[in-house]
Design a binder for this molecule. Structure first.
Ligand code: HEC
Ligand code: HEC
Length: 214
C-alpha cells in the first residue's frame, strides 16, 4: 500500500477536533449544572422573599422609625405602664395603668373614657373599639429606644407576641395603627401619610428587616 502522508495529518486533525469538542461539551455541561437554581442553598427567610437588600431595608426603616416615635404612636408605646398624652407625650392625666391585658385596671379601664369613636372637641379622648396598651407580657416599648433597638425588638418573636414577617406586615393596617391618622381634634398627624408608612414598613420587612447600626 502506498503511504499517503496527508491521510495521517487529516486523521490527526480529526482526533484533535473530537477531543476539543468533548472538552467543550464537558465545560458547558459543568457550567450549566453549576447555575441550576434549584440546587442553590435556600436561605432561611421566613417568607422566602426573593430579594434581600440591607441598604434599602435600613433606608426604609428611617421612615418607619420617625413614624413610630411620633406622639400618635409612641403615646401608646410608653417605657412605663402609664400611657402618654399630647404632642409633648406627657404622662396620661390620672395615670391609668396598663394592667395584664393592657386595658386598664379596676375603675380605670381605658374603655370607660375612650369610646368606639373619637369624642368631639378638644382634649377629649380619642376613640376606637380596641383602645388599649400592649399587654404586660408584650409591652412593645417605643419610648426611649434607638432605631437599632426598636428594629431588633419589632422582629424578636419573644418580644413581639410571636409574630412572623407575615403577621408584622398585616399589622400595618391594624385598627390602632390607622387610628393614628384619625387622632381627633387638636392633635398633629404622624410625619408621613399612612400609605407612605405602609410602603416603608413593607420595604423594610421584605428586604430582610435589617436593623440600622445605631
Ligand atoms: C391605643 C393605643 C395604640 C396606639 C395609638 C398605637 N398602638 Fe401600636 N400597638 C398597640 C397594641 C395594643 C399593640 C399590641 C398588639 C397585639 O397585641 O398584637 C401594638 C403593637 C404595635 C406594633 C408591634 C407589632 C405587632 O403586631 O404587635 C407596631 C409595629 C405598632 N403597634 C405600630 C403602631 C403605629 C405605627 C402606631 C401609630 C400610627 C401605633 N402603633 C399606635 C396599641 C397602640
Ligand atoms: C378617666 C378617663 C380616661 C381613662 C380611664 C383613660 N383615658 Fe386615655 N385619655 C383621656 C382623655 C380625656 C384624653 C385626652 C387628653 C388630652 O388630649 O388632653 C386621653 C388621651 C389618651 C391618649 C393620647 C392620645 C394621643 O394621640 O395623644 C392615649 C395614648 C390614651 N389616652 C391612652 C389610654 C389608655 C391606654 C388607657 C387605659 C390604660 C386610658 N387612656 C384610660 C381619658 C382617659
Amino acid at each position: 500500500m502506498k503511504h499517503d502522508p496527508s491521510k495521517g495529518i487529516r486523521y490527526l486533525i480529526y482526533v484533535k477536533t473530537l477531543t476539543l469538542l468533548s472538552v467543550m461539551i464537558f465545560i458547558i455541561a459543568a457550567a450549566a449544572s453549576a447555575f441550576r437554581t434549584d440546587d442553590m442553598p435556600v436561605e432561611p427567610i421566613k417568607l422566602g422573599f426573593a430579594a434581600k437588600d440591607s441598604i434599602a431595608s435600613v433606608k426604609a426603616f428611617e421612615t418607619v422609625y420617625k413614624t413610630l416615635m411620633s406622639p400618635r404612636c409612641m403615646n401608646c408605646h410608653p417605657a412605663g405602664d402609664v400611657p402618654l398624652q399630647g404632642d409633648d407625650s406627657h404622662l396620661h392625666a390620672m395615670a391609668p395603668k396598663r394592667g395584664v391585658d393592657g386595658k386598664g385596671v379596676y375603675a380605670m379601664k381605658c374603655s370607660n373614657c375612650h369610646q368606639d369613636t373619637n369624642t368631639p372637641g378638644i382634649h377629649t379622648p380619642p376613640g376606637n373599639p380596641e383602645w388599649h396598651l400592649p399587654p404586660a407580657a408584650m409591652r412593645m416599648v417605643f419610648q426611649g429606644k434607638s432605631a437599632h433597638e426598636l428594629a431588633r425588638q419589632l422582629v424578636d418573636k419573644k418580644q413581639n407576641g410571636n409574630k412572623d414577617f407575615k403577621k408584622l406586615i398585616e399589622h400595618a393596617d391594624d385598627g390602632l395603627v390607622l387610628a393614628g391618622w384619625n387622632p381627633g381634634e387638636g392633635r398633629t398627624l404622624p410625619p408621613v401619610s399612612h400609605a407612605e408608612f405602609k410602603r416603608a414598613w413593607l420595604t423594610w420587612i421584605e428586604n430582610g428587616a435589617y436593623a440600622p447600626k445605631k
